[in-house]
Design a protein around this ligand. Structure first.
Ligand SMILES: [Cu+2]
Length: 121
């Protein structure tokens, strides 16, 4: 007598583990834009900025790096952050724990309006 393939032999132990950290991708391109420009995420999520072009960019939410900038803002209690140079093909990750609105810039392209917003709910 034929038997069915043992497709039901997997136990609970082989079930997928709970989802790992949630990663949201924002691309940085040669048009000097963050795409998407604005994202809404949950506290604890990680954003990964990827440089898909050949031009160097930064992800800067540090008022100290851009004195006088009106394009950088952090919620009360949030720490400033700055990626430094992100080269072609490289990425930068930051995990957001404090809820609120974060406005950040690409330092060399702020005047070209390379600006982004992360809203942490
Ligand atoms: Cu840039």
């Amino acid at each position: 007598m034929n038997v069915s393939p043992p497709v039901t032999q997997y136990s609970q132990q082989t079930a997928p583990a709970p989802a790992a950290e949630n990663i949201i991708v924002v691309e940085m391109n040669n048009k000097l834009r963050f795409v998407p420009t604005e994202i809404t995420i949950n506290a604890g999520d990680t954003v990964e900025w990827r440089n898909i072009g050949s031009i160097l960019h930064t992800v800067t939410a540090d008022p100290g790096r851009a004195p006088g900038s009106r394009n950088i803002a952090l919620p009360d209690g949030a720490e400033a952050f700055d990626s430094g140079w992100v080269m072609r093909g490289q990425s930068f990750r930051y995990t957001f724990s404090e809820p609120g609105v974060y406005r950040y810039v690409c330092l060399p392209h702020e005047r070209a309006r390379m600006l982004g917003t992360v809203i942490v709910g």
